[in-house]
Design a protein around this ligand. Structure first.
Ligand code: CP
Length: 309
């Protein structure tokens, strides 16, 4: 029996598998028409326990462009909210060819994966966002096709799921990542991933944000407050504390004036907090190309995971 390949995090992928996937994503982006029809007659289940714009739209549009079909399932209005996750996952996998899930907890996603008989893609959990990081690197390759490997990404913000996936993918590909992360809780960090970055000498930390941006080719930021808590009144005090602590690290015109770096953000953007509106709209911003590349990156993931299925 063949082992099912999933994309839960880069932890389970070797360096060469990740590079092969990236090269395939470049090929898929450059040959969009060629792949239309490759998923004909196949369905994907998309399960969401949290809100989304990009992940939902890009996976659904991606399946349509590949000639397949995507089924949206909201956690609360499906029976995932009532039953055992692995039972519901096994049922799903007897009807669809592939599952994409955005769950709050990585441990629940692992239960879903164990119940599934088809590949499972992590559409963002508390610890990882692998599809986002693949699209991020695809964006850098498209921006600097000749020397993308020798670039320096500077991430400024809170250590979160996006950071864990960035550490994993940059370590695998040999790209340098500098973290300016004043908030980095033990729960948010994944030792195995950090060790991979340290072993490959692709990961470092900087506390002086002005120093960090000087040698950066890309400045990357993300929300300071997780999406599920942003408008939650119970989280109001912690949100205010975070904003006050993080405000000196805002990506604004003053910060970027001494740097030539291009600007990245995985979206949704909270303008006036982690980044200012003028930076988002500036010529240096590649944010909307970055979000567009979710489509191509994820089509490559779907095709690759179903290659042997
Ligand atoms: N970046 C990202 O995953 O966007 P959504 O939360 O809108 O899906």
């Amino acid at each position: 029996m063949s082992v099912i390949k999933h994309l839960i995090s880069w932890k389970d992928w070797t360096d060469s598998e990740i590079e092969e996937l990236l090269n395939f994503a470049i090929y898929v982006k450059q040959n969009r028409v060629y792949f239309s029809g490759h998923m004909a007659g196949r369905s994907m289940a998309m399960l969401f326990q949290k809100t989304s714009t990009r992940t939902r739209v890009s996976f659904e549009a991606g399946m349509t462009e590949l000639g397949g079909h995507a089924i949206f399932l909201d956690w609360m209005s499906s029976n995932f909210s009532l039953s055992d996750i692995d039972f519901e996952a096994e049922y799903l996998s007897r009807n669809v060819s592939i599952i994409m899930a955005r769950l709050k907890k990585n441990e629940d996603l692992l239960v879903l994966k164990d119940g599934s008989q088809v590949p499972v893609i992590n559409g963002c959990c508390n610890l990882f966002h692998p599809c986002q990081s693949l699209a991020d690197i695809l964006t850098i390759v498209m921006d600097r096709p000749k020397d993308w490997k020798s670039t320096n990404i500077c991430y400024i913000g809170v250590h979160n799921n996006v950071v864990n996936s960035l550490i994993g993918i940059t370590a695998a590909l040999g790209i340098h990542l500098t973290l300016v992360t004043p908030i980095a809780s033990e729960e948010s960090k994944v030792k195995e991933i950090i060790d991979r970055g340290l072993a490959k000498k692709t990961l470092s930390w900087e506390t002086d944000v002005n120093q960090a941006v000087k040698n950066a080719d890309y400045i990357y930021t993300d929300t300071w407050v997780d999406m599920e808590f942003f408008n939650d009144p119970a989280y109001k005090k912690e949100k205010e504390e975070r904003i006050s602590l993080m405000m000196p690290y805002q990506v604004n015109m003053e910060l970027i004036k001494n740097s030539k770096a291009k600007i990245m953000h995985d979206m949704p953007i909270h303008a006036g907090y982690e980044i200012t509106r003028d930076v988002v709209k500036s010529e240096r911003s590649i944010i909307f190309s970055q979000s567009e590349n979710r489509l191509d990156a994820q089509k490559a993931v779907i095709l690759k995971l179903l290659e042997n299925a």
